[in-house]
Design a protein around this ligand. Structure first.
Ligand code: NA7
Length: 555
């Protein structure tokens, strides 16, 4: 229900920040509840991370038939993915289709960055401010800001002095970037770097990869989807989605039942070999690869052997071989011809472990003892993950407390969805939820649908605000930490741990318990009357007018 707009301040039931997978579905769902919503989006179009990460080779590492919304069976049937792993343009086209199909654009303000959000206790509303000078108040504020949406520019001396082009993979220009004939330096060997490198090497005069930490990567074995494959999935999409919803990963993958250590060496190697040929993520084969170092070593050593087999120069193979952290504890990547690319004459590899970057200057990159002349520097240096986008907004809760201060020793949430001291502020796939360890669209759907249930509960019980209690939050944080401590994850300096950002507290941020378990926990919380939340009645001056207060709920 659209409400009056006193003094130029927009009044809405709900403000949603971000128009990626999460924001689009939250908008659609809010409308279904009869809530008057507005979305603010920094980009000029929908898509979130898929709007910004346009670098050549950008591709999802979850199968396209699963990495999409499940809430609309009609949408599932009418959209046809063309590849096993969709490339960025296809995912963006899908999200644009979703925006059009559900007529979402009219409530999205593009090219608008939310700068501040402040809780107004007397009104029990949020006041949100944007960089365009807009101000809006709303009952609910939902941060659909994404886990990998705050690109991180490295602190390298002199980077502003470079005379050639400097590009970040997460802020890639819309216009085509031509590598032809150029000397291209790529800093970073995470997913973005390993996807971009083989493509750049096809046309660039030279590609120089600056590697700080070697990655474990396996071949994606991407391929076009045949009409038969698509038809088979479409014929049983409901069952596939049910399996996915309750699985740990959010993918229709049965949980492995065996330990890697209970299988004879030759049988285990044969399983890894077959997985390598088929492009099966190696962590799916056994149930203890992320909890037992000896089991993990079997998979890690398998990848190292593959590197030695593929890369002809033994010194390069050695530099490319990851060894100082367990496989999977930094994001396992899928690639196309990454290791093979290091057999090309126009590709060089710089081991920053031996010769760190000293500075960038006008003409290129200076590492200890050597200068590399370059025409282009690509920063594939990742993101301030999971908290970065929220950190860039001045979020002020009860008693004037700031979210970034509350999180100065690491993020603390209840269920990854709410924060004590910040009533009616909700995070989609926030820290403390399974998020980045799962198939994101399904994790997003779970949060949005759970929030829809909460909003309905508030409406039906004539309540104004839901506030996570500190006790419930503390208990949840302990649970998240305890679960992580049972795994090998905390042993790596990963972005899951905040370790890629100097000064960021080292806390393992996602919940490792899996999507199915997490869904059950959230459902139980709801069934217990939203245990862990306290509720506020509407302020007296608004209590009479329930319809303008919450907006009507759709039947
Ligand atoms: P990642 O996975 O965080 O990778 C960033 C890479 O950049 C990684 O190799 C970093 O090395 C490297 N890096 C970062 N800062 C520097 C500096 N200052 N010097 C040299 N190298 C540096 O980001 P991506 O964009 O590749 O992928 C992010 C996620 O998107 C990915 O996991 C998928 O989920 C999709 P480090 O390992 O920190 O030593």
């Amino acid at each position: 229900m659209r409400q009056p707009q006193p003094d130029g301040v927009l009044v809405r039931d709900i403000v949603i920040v971000g128009a990626g997978f999460a924001g689009l579905y939250m908008l659609h769902k809010s409308r279904g509840l009869g809530l008057d919503a507005v979305v603010f989006e920094r980009g000029s179009g929908v898509g979130g991370t898929w709007y910004w990460n346009r670098y050549p080779g950008a591709r999802c590492d979850a199968p396209s038939l699963d990495y999409c919304y499940s809430f609309s069976p009609e949408l599932e049937q009418e959209w046809t993915w063309t590849e096993r792993y969709a490339a960025q343009p296809e995912i963006l086209a899908y999200l644009e289709h979703v925006a059009d199909r559900f007529d979402l654009r009219s409530d999205i303000r593009f090219d608008t960055t939310v700068t501040a959000a402040e809780w107004l206790p007397d009104e029990e509303r949020w006041r949100i401010r944007t960089d365009r000078g807009e101000e809006v108040t709303a009952r609910y504020c939902v941060m659909a800001t994404g886990c990998l949406s705050a690109p991180r520019l490295p602190d390298i001396d002199g980077i502003g002095d470079f005379r050639g082009e400097v590009l970040h993979t997460g802020l890639w220009p819309k216009e085509p970037v031509d590598f032809a004939g150029k000397r291209v330096g790529i800093i970073g060997t995470g997913s973005s770097g390993i996807q971009l490198t083989p493509i750049a090497a096809q046309t660039a005069a030279e590609v120089i990869v600056f590697q700080r930490t070697p990655v474990y990567t396996i071949p994606a074995r991407n391929h076009p989807l045949s009409p038969d494959e698509v038809a088979t999935v479409k014929a049983s999409y409901r069952q596939r989605r049910e399996l996915s919803r309750m699985s740990p990963s959010g993918l229709p993958v049965a949980v492995a039942e065996r330990s890697a250590l209970e299988v004879p060496d030759d049988e285990r190697t044969a399983i890894y070999e077959q997985g390598w040929v088929d492009g099966v993520p190696i962590l799916f084969h056994f149930n203890d690869l992320l909890v037992d170092r000896a089991a993990n070593d079997t998979a890690a050593e398998f990848i190292r052997r593959k590197v030695r087999e593929i890369v002809r120069d033994p010194d390069r193979a050695s530099i490319l071989s990851a060894h100082n952290y367990p496989i999977g504890t930094k994001r396992l990547t899928l690639d196309t011809d990454y290791y093979e690319t290091f057999n090309r004459d126009n590709v060089s590899l710089v081991d920053l472990g031996r010769t760190p970057i000293v500075a960038v200057n006008k003409t290129g990159v200076q590492v200890q003892g050597k200068h590399y002349d370059l025409d282009m520097v690509v920063l594939a240096t990742g993101f301030d993950a999971m908290t970065g986008a929220l950190d860039r907004i001045d979020v002020i809760g009860e008693d004037g407390i700031r979210l970034r201060e509350c999180w100065s020793a690491g993020p603390r949430t209840y269920l990854g969805i709410a924060v004590a001291g910040f009533p009616n502020l909700f995070l989609i796939t926030g820290p403390g939820s399974p998020s980045v360890l799962t198939n994101m669209p399904l994790s997003i759907e779970q949060h949005v649908e759970w929030l829809a249930g909460l909003f309905t509960y508030l409406r039906e019980n004539k309540l104004a605000a839901a506030r996570a209690t500190t006790a419930a939050q503390d208990k949840w944080v302990d649970m998240v930490n305890h679960a992580a401590a049972l795994t090998l994850f905390p042993t790596a300096a990963s972005w899951y741990m905040g370790a890629n950002v100097p000064g960021k507290p080292r806390v393992f941020m996602p919940f490792v318990g899996g999507l199915g378990t997490y869904r059950q926990i959230c459902d139980d919380v709801a069934a217990d009357g939203y245990e862990g939340f306290e509720f506020e009645s509407p302020p007296v001056h608004l209590a009479e007018d329930q319809a303008s207060y919450h907006g009507p709920l759709a039947p």
